[in-house]
Design a protein around this ligand. Structure first.
Ligand code: IFM
Length: 459
């Protein structure tokens, strides 16, 4: 029965490509790992125990992305659980503990509420129906509203919480947990959150149009934030990362440390906010300054424990460890997506291939890597550490969901759209020809890819 269950589930997306390792990951292990993340969030990890991580709104909203093609009702139910953690002003609790029944962690981060919009958008695109937007879910602080109202509140909260430069306030951090000291006085801003905001503004604008509501107001905010990104955040070769309470830009060539951050480059592309030539320059800088034989580092250079100041230090990790300059796999997935969006298949494949767990393990050496060769890790120690290549936090990591999105929706390019299924591959020669089976809106499609040419199946 178990075998039947998994065979049936995995049959919804299967590929045949000239690389056995890719095939094994896409067809079996990646969706399996993503499902475990979805089921348990970070509760059963022996690295990050459920006693403090529980169900994170941020992490779980991202996990949902890889559940959508397999079981849309499960995806909706989980997203509804996350909506119960949203307040009427639009912000969300950071973690909740539905299994234990404990009080949630109520810290306000700049990104949590925005992930809800993204997960919702992808559910609608998979189904090609707006019904889900009419489901009603309670707010954490009383009352209830439709899913559509909930996601509009996410946008309102972001709009109401911007800083002096006009970017969203960092609050208790954005996706990068280590930025928790940037906004201790309530002034620090996140350039990356502006890019995340931009990404979901385009998504909600599309939904607004489908609902017959005003989409322009979202697009106007997008344009305003885009201008800021290109003006105030551009550093010459790449985008800066954030602004501290004191008005210092982090992630700049003028700084002695942490000069360039991966996420601000990849999301400048994902959000479409960077001007085209800046997007290219930013991703070229990723290759030049951040790429290593074992994946892309999150920052360069790693920081000392008194940067930018002793009181406001961004890290207490050693150089090359964890958030401080490791190869952060979760963030590597966004670089793969960005390269596909730039139509640079060789780069996308390089970044994807070097993170296949069996490839990374072989390169680093089993004795060093010390994790399973069939599941993704959160990060591996970077070259500035004497443990370069040691894998950290395997299994329960957002890497799984995003790696699945990156390979299926961007490298194979098979993406649900409102009117049907887009096939816009970005594969290098060594991955061609590729065959994919994808179940979509109740039908099975057998797709053969021989070149990187866009096709569209209306349904
Ligand atoms: O975004 C976080 C995640 O919530 C927990 N692990 C680390 C990531 C990056 O800081």
């Amino acid at each position: 029965m178990l075998r039947r269950h998994w065979r049936g589930r995995l049959a919804r997306f299967q590929c045949e490509v000239p690389d056995e390792n890719v095939q094994r990951m896409v067809n079996i292990w990646n969706p399996y790992q993503a499902e475990r993340n979805f089921q348990f969030s970070r509760n059963i990890s022996y690295y990050a125990t459920g006693t403090f991580r529980g169900v994170g709104v941020r992490d779980t909203a991202q996990d949902i992305l890889a559940m959508i093609p397999f079981d849309i009702r499960r995806a909706k139910d989980k997203l509804n659980l996350l909506f119960t953690q949203q307040y009427k002003d639009g912000h969300c609790n950071h973690y909740c503990f539905p299994t234990e029944g404990w009080e949630p962690v109520t810290r306000i981060h700049s990104d949590n509420h925005l992930w809800l919009v993204m997960a919702c958008y992808h559910i609608i695109m998979e189904e090609g129906k707006l019904d889900y937007l009419d489901e009603t879910v309670e707010y954490y602080d009383g009352g209830s509203a439709t899913v559509w109202e909930h996601i509009k509140k996410s946008i309102d909260f972001c709009m109401a919480n911007r800083g002096e430069h006009g970017f969203p306030l960092m609050l208790a951090s954005d996706w990068n947990d280590m930025l928790y000291r940037v906004c201790q006085k309530g002034k620090g801003e996140s350039i990356w959150t502006a890019m995340q905001f931009g990404t979901v503004l385009r998504q909600i604008a599309e939904l607004a149009e489908l609902k017959g509501e005003d989409k322009q107001k979202y697009l106007d905010i997008y344009e305003e934030q885009k201008k800021l990104v290109n003006k105030a955040a551009w550093d010459g070769e790449w985008f800066r990362r954030c602004i501290t309470d004191e008005g210092k830009f982090i992630g700049s060539k003028d700084e002695p440390q942490a000069k360039i951050w991966l996420n601000a480059q990849s999301w400048a592309v994902i959000s479409g906010m960077g001007d085209k030539e800046k997007q290219i320059s930013a991703m070229d800088s990723v290759k030049k300054y951040l790429d290593t034989p074992l994946g892309i580092k999150k920052i360069e250079a790693s920081m000392t424990t008194d940067y930018p100041s002793k009181e406001g230090a961004l890290t207490c990790d050693n150089k090359g460890c964890g958030e401080n300059g490791s190869v952060f796999w979760h963030a590597n997935t966004w670089a793969i997506i960005a390269e596909c969006m730039l139509k640079r298949p060789e780069n996308a494949y390089k970044y994807y291939h070097q993170l296949l767990p069996m490839v990374a393990q072989e390169k680093a050496g089993e004795w060093r890597y010390k994790a399973e060769p069939y599941v993704y890790a959160s990060n591996i120690f970077g070259p500035e550490s004497d443990k370069f290549g040691l894998a950290n936090v395997s299994w329960l990591t957002g890497t799984a969901a995003w790696m699945y999105v990156a390979v299926t929706q961007y490298m194979f390019g098979i993406k649900p759209k409102w009117n049907g299924l887009e096939i816009d591959p970005c594969l290098p020669q060594e991955m061609l020809p590729a065959k994919v089976t994808r179940v979509f809106r109740g039908k099975k499609y057998d797709i053969e890819i021989t070149e990187n040419k866009r096709m569209f199946i209306e349904c």
